[in-house]
Structures are given as C-alpha cells and as structure tokens.
Design a protein around this ligand. Structure first.
Ligand code: HMG
Length: 405
C-alpha cells in the first residue's frame, strides 16, 4: 500500500505569554496547583493584532517552505474559535500564503478534534489522488472566564501540516478507532467568547472516550499498547496526558513504572506546558515537541495518537516515523520562537484578554505588536483586514509588551 502522511509540520505560538506564577499571586492560590497539579507554567496570549488566521498563516508559511505549493489543491482548517459564521478561515490563509486558485478551502469543526477530522479526510483524499497535497491547519485561542477554574488552562497556537504521498516525517496508518457521545462537558454558545465547562466531568469524559477509541482501534488492528514507542495525547493541560496514559496502560493490562511513563510522554509535553491549550492544535504541538526534542532517533518507531474534542468525539490513530525525519523538521525555528517570547504583566494580560474588535461596523486600526509574518491590521465595515508584515525586523521593533486596545 502507498505511504501517505506528513510531509511537513510547523507550529506557531504567540510572542506573548502570561506566567501562571503571576496568575497564582492574583488568584490567591499556591503556584504549584498550576505548575504541578495541572502541569502548566505559561499560557500563550494573542495581542489585538493576532487571531486564528494570522497564527495559522504563520505556521503555514513555514510548513510550505520546502513543499511544491502548486501541488496543494485543498486547504482544511480545523478550529473552534473561527472568526466568521460563514466564510472559512481557510480562505484567508490560502490568500495570505499565496496558494494556487485551483483549490478547495474549507473549515471543519468538532471542538478540539476538528483538525484530526481534517487530517483523516486529507489522508483518504491523498490515497485516492497521490499527485495532490493537502494543507491541514489547526489554530485556536483557548479562553475561559477570568477567575474560573479553567482560567489557568488558557493558551493559543497553530499547527500547519502538509499531507502527501511523499511523507518525510510521519507515515499515517489507515486504521483508526473513533467514538462519539452526546455530552455537555465543554461548549461555547455563539453568543459567548469564553467556553462553558464542567471541568471535572470533562476529565472523566475524556478518559472514557480514550478507552472506547482504543478498544475500537486495537480490535481493528491487533496492535497492542506495547507496540508503541511513544504516545501523543490531546493536551488541555499536561497532567491530563499523564492521567490518560495511566488509564490506557491499565486498560491494556500494562503496569508502567515512573520512568516508563516519563519516557513515553515527557517530550510531548514540553511545548504545551509553556504555551497552554491550543485546542485543535494542541495534540499536534505535542507531536512537534516529541519529534523536535526526543534525543533517541525515532525513525521507524510506532507512535500512538489520541485526539479528543469535547461534546464529544475521540479518535485513536497511529503512525510510523519516517527515516531521516529530523532533516525535515522546523526545530530550530520552534526553539527560537519559544526562546524570544515576552512575558506580560498582570495588567497587560487583562488588556489582551479584554480587547475586542468593534462589533458595530466601525473602523479600527490595531496597534502593532510582534505577530510574526502576518497581522490583523484592523477591521472596517465588519471586514477583518490582514497584512503581511514587510520584514520581521520591522515587526519586532516596537516594544509592545503593553497591550493597547
Ligand atoms: P480545579 O478544579 O480548580 O483544580 O481545576 P483541582 O482542585 O482539581 O486541582 C487540580 C489538581 O491540582 C489536583 O490534582 C489537585 O490535587 C492538584 P489531581 O487530583 O487532578 O491529581 N493541586 C496541587 N498540586 C500541587 N500543589 C498544590 C496543589 N493544589 C491542588 N498546591 C480543571 C482543574 C482541570 C477542572 C480546570 O482547570 C478546568 O476546568 N479546565 C478546563 C477544562 C479542561 O481542560 N478539561 C480537560 C478535559 S476536556 C478537553 O480536553 C477538551 C478541551 O480541550 C476543549 C475542546 O475539546 O474543545 C478542554
């Protein structure tokens, strides 16, 4: 059977972050509740001139650098924080990164699992049309009410993946186990900017969806827990992956030592711990972390992936790491991006959080912040306006740690 999988994989997280040590001070809780209890240290925060479109365009720009763009004929954008009820965010990115017009471009939604649905559609499409390539995007801004238990699990980020019949990073296996159940663990009505969540219940539902998806997957494939070198989970917060992995091991009748747990998960958690939940993108940020940071050569190794979207849908699927994958990764840029970030103080965090574009059709030019190669320059007549930043140096000049609404 022909190989289909990831030819490239890049992620983007905002330049600004808020440290949970600071949040802990202002919420009167022990910082270890966040650092250890939920396993999060920092959350990525979007400035006023950044949204899911600009974040995804930034990731896509880099994912496309070594790919023949003329072969891309489909752009699929998974998000649950889209910017329009009608026009898909995929069309804006298609235009910003200069893709050919002979493309279909659309958005897909099922909470955090939208991008996985997109990836699986892309995989099937490429299997039928091996000369085509698909750009799969995932981008989200995770927002919860201030002073709610979910506040510490906010974050933002985007991932771009090119799926093709020339995988250089991960070959995707065709089988997957899926599970759907109608539950209210986390949702966001159209009239709200922040999610509504039943936090403790959402953890139970996540674990149940994992168990059910795994049962489907292992019955179909005959693969066992011990067949996988590493596991990548959807990462609403990193302790969730530890809970999930122990749950799966128990279900599969495997006992895990602390060292094994660490070995199988640790590298997948690093980026997420310091960027926060990025909903659709978060499991793929975990995958990027594994491939970027794992010291062992993973060529030929089997990776198990569990994608979860509240509401809910679970998918367990898997892939094999390609020989020579390291030379096709975006590791150095990811490292630079993380290293060069700017911490927000509490007031700036609130300013970023509370910023809203006008909703009455009036015009606003957004202040310049560091946004990578693309920015939301403003809004006018209900139309979001985007621009390519002329040079990164220029984009990085304004000392814009302060949000300006
Ligand atoms: P909470 O209820 O305030 O926290 O919020 P808690 O009291 O349960 O404490 C959390 C952990 O910290 C506990 O450990 C405490 O013992 C520990 P655990 O019992 O879990 O092992 N702890 C401490 N540890 C060390 N030192 C201390 C300390 N104090 C306490 N001093 C909750 C936690 C996750 C519920 C909240 O953050 C929340 O509601 N988050 C949002 C919902 C969420 O992320 N759910 C995850 C599953 S659903 C999902 O993944 C989908 C999602 O991504 C959305 C989508 O699909 O679109 C969210």
């Amino acid at each position: 059977m022909m190989d289909v999988g990831l030819e490239s994989l890049s992620f983007y997280t905002p330049h600004y972050y808020f440290d949970l040590k600071e949040l802990a001070k202002h919420r009167g809780v022990d910082k270890d509740k966040y650092y250890r209890g939920i396993g999060q240290e920092k959350m990525g925060m979007t400035p006023p001139d950044e949204d899911v479109v600009t974040m995804a365009a930034n990731a896509a720009h880099h994912a496309l650098e070594r790919v023949d763009k003329s072969k891309i004929d489909t752009v699929i954008f998974g998000t649950e924080t889209g910017i329009d009820q009608s026009k898909s965010a995929a069309i804006y990115v298609h235009s910003l990164v200069g893709l050919p017009s002979h493309c279909r471009s659309f958005e897909i939604k099922q909470a955090c699992s939208g991008a996985t649905a997109g990836l699986q559609l892309a995989q099937a499409y490429v299997a039928m049309n091996p000369d085509r390539k698909v750009l799969v995007l995932a981008a989200d801004v995770a927002r919860y009410d201030l002073e709610s238990p979910g506040e510490a699990t906010q974050g933002a980020g985007a991932v771009a993946m090119v799926v093709s019949a020339e995988p250089r990073i991960l070959k995707l296996h065709p089988e997957s186990g899926a599970y759907t159940e109608d539950v209210m663990d986390f949702w966001r009505p159209n009239y709200r900017d922040e999610a509504v969540v039943d936090g403790k219940y959402s953890i139970k539902v996540y674990l149940n969806a994992l168990a059910e998806s795994w049962k489907q997957y292992s019955a179909q494939t005959g693969r066992r827990f011990r067949d996988f070198e590493r596991f990548v989970y959807h990462l609403p917060f990193t302790r969730m992956a530890e809970k999930a992995h122990l749950h799966l091991a128990k279900l599969a009748d495997s006992t895990l030592s602390v060292e094994e747990l660490k070995h199988q998960l640790q590298d997948t958690l690093y980026y997420s711990r310091i960027t926060g939940n990025a909903y659709t993108a978060s499991m793929y940020v975990g995958l990027a972390g594994l491939l970027d940071l794992c010291r062992d050569d993973l060529s030929g190794r089997e990776i198990g992936l569990f994608s979860y979207g509240s509401g809910c849908m679970g998918t367990f699927f898997s892939g094999q790491v390609c020989a020579g994958y390291r030379s096709h990764l975006d590791t150095a840029r990811h490292e630079r991006m993380i290293k060069n970030r700017t911490a927000l103080d509490y007031e700036s965090y609130l300013d970023f959080f509370n910023f809203q574009l006008p909703r009455d059709g009036s015009a606003l030019e957004t202040a310049h912040h560091k946004t990578g190669l693309y920015r939301l320059s403003g809004i006018d007549g209900h139309k979001r306006l985007y621009e390519k930043v002329e040079s990164l140096v220029e984009a990085e000049t304004p000392a814009a740690a302060q949000a300006s609404a």
